[in-house]
Design a protein around this ligand. Structure first.
Ligand code: SF4
Length: 385
């Protein structure tokens, strides 16, 4: 078996005191454990704070009372079971509620909990919706991890999507390149599928999920190379996670290593206020500083990522900070009027989410010169937005 779902099978577990073992079993009764043997082999079990262990191994702090099961209010944008339509051009299809491992900080951990099923096996209604909405040019296949599905099943889904003329981009959100790269390297049929479904004008994007440079194993690099040769565009997204990539040198290493292997750093996310995730979150302004400090060590290609708060109203980019204020703008907005907003807040070093900055000052004219000289704490200067 490639996967382990019982932490008592991990030798390290038996090195812990009975009290801690009981606490961890309590955690996994709420938020399940799952790891691939490949990933477990990357962990340095002699280091209690090993960042890869932190990504996959339960933490007693997960029982802290914190956060919501749906921090980005995905339910609000769910138009049919398993189908979200938040931004006009993009549809999100939740195909699987299983992953190659379960990240402790997952923002969709509700999928793995004892909750009603939110992914779909029969996606025909969802695709009918997409067929009728010509403004949709991108489909993001997500979950869970779509690469947990068999290749014949993926082939059927992707073939049907390719039959919809207005869909140009199919994105596959996956952490399999970190958790189980053999899923790609041992399956020629998968790469053949990528090639068959890619044309000069219609691409497949693999939205990879590496959080730490050590996750990019030699097997991962081989798998990425195969996908790229098959015609896929591979990009990466990661949250800033306490104890995993909060050292700017580590974040820089991750971004640089990705750029070396032709994987574009796409988004770096603020950790969402998800139930059980308090111990993994980092205040917004500290996350921003980590990114700025990491960027100083990166080439232009390695710092293409944007630092984003993936809020229920849209993707909000933190674009600047000084000792008094934080500056934000909408990178993607569910309500197109929000694109007109540039936002300024008083600094709040404790803020872990956009809502902690509310109420916020909106400046509604992004294409004009603005004079910030009246609000105390906002530096007097002219900015062209
Ligand atoms: S791979 Fe993605 S969906 Fe799966 S547990 Fe990790 S963050 Fe969540």
């Amino acid at each position: 078996m490639d996967y382990i779902t019982d932490i008592t099978q991990i030798p390290y577990f038996h090195s812990l005191e009975k009290r801690e073992q009981d606490q961890l079993l309590h955690v996994t009764s709420q938020y399940p454990f799952r790891a691939s043997k490949h990933y477990l082999s990357l962990i340095n079990w002699n280091n209690p704070t090993d960042p890869l262990k932190r990504i996959i191994f339960p933490d007693t702090g997960e029982c802290n009372s914190y956060g919501s099961q749906d921090p980005s209010r995905e339910e609000q944008y769910t138009v049919l079971p398993g189908l979200q339509h938040k931004y006009p051009q993009t549809a999100l299809l939740l195909l699987s509620d299983v992953c190659g491992g379960i990240c402790r900080f997952c923002f969709r951990k509700r999928l793995f909990m004892d909750c009603p099923r939110q992914t779909v096996r029969d996606y025909s209604d969802a695709l009918n919706y997409v067929r009728e909405h010509h403004e949709i040019s991108n489909i993001l296949l997500s979950g869970g991890d779509p690469l947990i599905l068999s290749t014949p099943r993926l082939k059927k889904i992707i073939h049907e999507i390719r039959g919809i003329e207005h869909i140009r981009i199919i994105r596959i959100g996956t952490k399999m390149l970190a958790y189980n790269p053999y899923r790609i390297t041992d399956d020629q049929e998968l790469c053949d599928l990528i090639t068959a479904a890619s044309t000069a004008e219609k691409k497949i994007y693999i939205m990879a999920h590496f959080n730490h440079p050590r996750e990019i194993s030699p097997q991962s690099i081989t798998a990425i190379d195969l996908l790229q040769r098959a015609g896929a565009v591979v990009v990466n997204q990661t949250p800033v996670i306490e104890g995993v990539n909060t050292d700017p040198a580590v974040m820089a290493d991750l971004l640089r290593k990705l750029s070396f292997i032709g994987v574009s750093p796409y988004y770096v996310f603020q950790c969402r206020p998800t139930v059980g995730n308090e111990v993994f979150t980092v205040p917004v302004e500290r996350s921003y500083q980590i990114m700025q400090s990491a960027f100083e060590r990166c080439s232009g290609l390695a710092k293409r990522a944007r630092f984003i708060i993936s809020h229920s109203t849209g993707k909000i980019e933190v674009v600047g900070q000084n000792k008094h204020n934080v500056f934000l703008r909408y990178h993607q907005a569910a309500d197109s009027r929000d694109y007109q907003k540039f936002m300024i807040s008083q600094s709040n070093p404790e803020a872990r989410w956009f809502d902690d900055y509310l109420p916020i000052t909106h400046i509604d004219s992004p294409f004009h010169e603005l004079l910030y000289d009246s609000d105390p704490g906002i530096e007097s200067r002219t900015a062209t937005l």
